[in-house]
Design a protein around this ligand. Structure first.
Ligand code: 6PG
Length: 472
């Protein structure tokens, strides 16, 4: 029997997705240039409706029409190379799905390039790592709705389920799917940075790894309930088999990245959306990786963190509430960016649907998404959750916890840039008068850039009576 679904790229993610598709009763064929990967696939797929192909031509011959082929290959040039190899062998109506972390600009280019050929192109974000791929990821497909409808039954079957509903839905036109996944990753960076800042300060005050196991497990039962909090608790339990020490203490403090956080910040700058918590989280990955310089400067400035000795139980509560506050702001920033991008690029992305499919399977799944869903259901045009009646009381009441957290961090000499940035973002966004009038005056003085007035309409320029002082 011809296979219903084809997969190119049988690395761990591709292989696990093949097994997931097969487990739901669909016949699947996988292709990888590497014979070893094909063998691993065949072994893992024994007893399931799984076959392999040794070339793209063989894969295409083994598929039902219209053919559905998903690519799980490294983002970038390889995606183009695979598409170029496939296209001459495909027919009008066939569907290509790029399931990697491709840049949305590349996806838009590929989508447009394939339009005349009648071959459908779906750019689809897939989240949830290896386990997600195997047992239910969250998937964010974009492109044309007709092509989505042709693959919907398979995607809904293999997706994670949240309250019985599949964590996959149509995200919008063109590159919407990869844009949504990119924003997902930006929020992921922010949440991870925030958790690490809490860890840093509490560790500085004497909280042990054993206590962290309990603390994070406890937080996972309340408003912070989320995948990232849950795995943090698990991490503190793990011993290093070589030394017997806690593994977390043996890991070098240089955070790496594949680039999706950077793309989120770049896009936000281009679309003029303030995204400061996410920006600083990307920046801190770079700063953390400057380990050698940090070690040298710490000696030069004799900068050592010091224990403040604050009441630890009160600090733990402040940390928890500060995290609740900052999680809300991080999602809020990401969703505001998504709304602006959807308007600018005409994706027609429905934010409440995005929030809904992030509730299961993905890395940023959390209890908070249920509240976000209600907020966007009530007000689909909401720009930022700061304006949602649903969040006003929580943000108001938790702000003081962030202040308390930051005061302690500063006393301790522990950096907390994501929290500082979050608080400043919130304070700036909720303050009617900012000192930006002075910036406008300066721009007008040195560049005649003009300004608006508070008392009348129009554009104004002033001769500021300034004469440059002589350079000595
Ligand atoms: C997911 C993740 C995943 C991402 C990794 C690594 O949703 O499953 O976002 O797609 O690639 O988390 O990202 P960084 O290397 O950039 O941290």
């Amino acid at each position: 029997m011809a296979a219903r679904f084809g997969m190119i790229g049988l690395g761990t993610m591709g292989r696990n997705l093949v097994l997931n598709v097969a487990d739901h009763g669909f016949e699947v064929c996988g292709y990888d240039r590497d014979a070893k990967q094909r063998q691993i696939m065949e072994d893992a797929g024994k007893g399931k409706p799984v076959s392999t192909a040794a070339s793209s031509a063989e894969l295409i011959a083994k598929l039902q029409t219209p053919r559905i082929i998903m690519l799980l290959v490294p983002a970038g040039k390889i995606v183009d190379a695979v598409i170029n190899e496939l296209v001459p062998q495909l027919q009008k109506g066939d569907i290509l799905i790029d399931g990697g972390n491709s840049h949305f600009i590349d996806t838009e280019r590929r989508y447009l390039a394939l339009q005349d050929s009648g071959i459908h192109f779906i750019g689809m974000g897939v989240s949830g790592g290896e386990d997600g791929a195997r047992f239910g990821p969250s998937m964010m497909p974009g492109g044309n709705i007709e092509s989505y409808n042709l693959v919907k039954d398979i995607l809904e079957a293999i997706a994670a389920k949240a309250e019985g509903e599949p964590c996959v839905a149509y995200m919008g036109h063109s590159a919407a799917g990869h844009y949504v996944k990119m924003v997902h990753n930006g929020i992921e960076y922010a949440i991870m940075q925030l958790i690490s800042e809490v860890y840093g300060l509490l560790k500085n005050e004497g909280v042990t790894n054993e206590q962290f196991v309990e603390l994070f497990a406890d937080w996972d039962k309340g408003p912070l309930q989320s995948f990232l909090i849950e795995i943090t608790s698990v991490i503190f339990k793990k011993k290093d088999p070589e030394t017997g020490n806690d593994l977390v203490d043996m890991i070098l403090d240089k955070a790496e990245q594949l680039g999706t956080g950077l793309w989120t910040s770049q896009s936000a700058l281009e679309l003029n959306v303030p995204l400061s918590t996410i920006d600083v989280s990307v920046s801190m990955r770079y700063l953390s990786s400057l380990k050698e310089a940090r070690v040298a400067y710490s000696k030069q400035y004799n900068h050592q963190n010091k224990k403040t000795g604050v009441a630890i139980e009160a600090l733990k509560i402040a940390c928890r509430d500060a995290l609740v506050f900052a999680f809300m702001i991080a999602y809020g920033q990401g969703l505001e960016l998504l709304k602006k991008a959807s308007e600018t690029y005409k994706y027609e992305t429905d934010i409440k649907t995005v929030v809904k499919i992030w509730r299961g399977g993905c890395i940023i799944r959390s209890a908070l998404l249920n509240d976000l869903f209600t907020a966007y259901e009530k007000r689909p045009d909401l720009s930022n959750i700061i304006g949602s009646p649903q969040f006003v009381e929580a943000l108001k009441s938790k702000r003081s916890a962030v202040v308390q957290f930051l005061k302690t961090a500063m006393d301790a000499g522990m950096p907390a840039p994501a929290f500082a940035s979050t608080l400043n973002y919130f304070d700036a966004y909720t303050l009617a008068q900012l000192p930006a009038n002075l910036i406008q005056a300066q721009r007008d003085l040195f560049g005649a850039h003009t300004y608006h007035r508070i008392d009348k309409e129009g554009i104004f320029h002033t001769d500021w009576d300034y004469k440059p002082s002589d350079v000595e």
